[in-house]
Design a protein around this ligand. Structure first.
Ligand code: ADP
Ligand code: MG
Length: 322
């Protein structure tokens, strides 16, 4: 990962602030009040399996980091738009979304909007984004649309979190190409490691051809039930494969975490004293510690996918099924 200062220089040289005529009211306010600070680190929250906690992690990690005074841009890259509704934005009211950015070429600053969580801004998505997978196919530089769109706004934030769809299509490839690192939520269940080879192979391909500095920052164990032996076994197996790439923090199964999206709130706002809230705060602290130590992506082996992507972990293997 290039030094932050280099990234700032890169941002400044490539992305001058847009003229005031070209930006929305919100964007104008933003550009006017921006402070000089290090440019954002961008993370793709990815796993092609659905229901593993990508959106829950993107929304709640964003809110937890914001509560620790970081400025966060949450990019909803899933046509289901669950991150969008999860932070209280009504998809029916959307005039502009990330679709206009990726397919229409609109500046990112036109679609970014504040959310009910101070410190968290959102680039929203809705079902039209599903068309982007097909509409982008014949376009030039189709894999780098998000990367280019984020460049002018990265310096406004400390962290950009991209919530990926449950597939390895062009949208996820765009996220991986734009990202410094990948955060992989993994549901603590029997088949946790199944299908992972495909994800790691995609990450490796993107790293080789599109984004050489991409790293796997961390694997996050989600929906952990500490009362079951199975959770312990799966966690041990995942740690055996990924070593220090696995966050020490684990996210427990929590009813409050499942309820919060229906109120359009991160769990920190919906149930601040809940276990889920404490877990995502703990994750945010660990995440920042790793970032501060610059160990995200550089801890032993994090830059290499080693034998896993090379096929040492075939789909369906690696979990003790005994
Ligand atoms: N730690 C958790 N405890 C309880 N329910 C959870 C937890 N994490 C996620 N969920 C629920 O599981 C479902 C899938 O989670 P989600 O974050 O949407 O997964 P993904 O984005 O990977 O498809 C959602 O209904 C969500 O509310
Ligand atoms: Mg999701």
């Amino acid at each position: 990962m290039p030094a932050c200062r280099e990234l700032v220089v890169e941002c400044e040289s490539l992305a001058p602030a847009p003229s005031t005529a070209a930006v929305s009211d919100f964007g104008r306010r933003f550009w006017t009040h921006r402070e000089s600070h290090l440019t954002a680190h961008t993370f793709a929250v990815a796993n092609q399996k659905g229901g593993v906690g990508k959106t829950t992690t993107a929304v709640n990690l964003a809110a937890a980091l914001a509560s620790l005074e970081r400025r966060i841009l949450l990019v909803d890259l899933d046509p289901q738009g669950n991150s969008t509704s999860g932070v209280g934005i009504d998809k029916a009211d959307l005039q502009l979304s990330i679709y206009e950015v990726l397919v229409g070429g609109d500046p990112m600053i036109h679609v970014i909007r504040p959310t009910g969580t101070p410190g968290v801004d959102l680039a929203p998505s809705d079902v039209r984004l599903a068309g982007a997978e097909i509409e982008l196919v014949p376009t030039i530089a189709r894999e780098t649309k998000l990367q280019s769109a984020l460049r002018p706004v990265r310096e406004l934030y400390d962290v950009v979190l991209v919530d990926c769809p449950p597939s390895l299509g062009l949208l996820t490839v765009n996220a991986l190409t734009a990202a410094d690192a990948v955060l992989i939520p993994m549901q603590c269940e029997y088949y946790a490691l199944e299908g992972l080879t495909a994800l790691l192979t995609t990450i490796d391909l993107v790293r080789r051809h599109l984004n050489p500095s991409l790293h796997v920052t961390g694997v996050l164990l989600t929906m952990v039930d500490p009362r079951t032996k199975l959770s312990d076994q799966v966690a041990a197996e995942v740690r055996r494969h990924f070593g220090d790439r696995v966050f020490e923090t684990v996210i427990p199964r929590s009813v409050r975490l499942a309820e919060a999206p229906s109120y359009g709130q991160p769990v920190l706002a919906y149930a601040p004293d809940s276990q889920g809230s404490a877990a995502y705060l703990s994750l945010a602290r660990e995440f920042l510690q790793r970032l501060d130590r610059a160990s995200l992506g550089t801890a032993s082996g994090t830059g290499e996918l080693s034998g896993v992507a090379a096929g040492a972990l075939p789909d369906g293997e690696g979990v003790d099924r005994a």
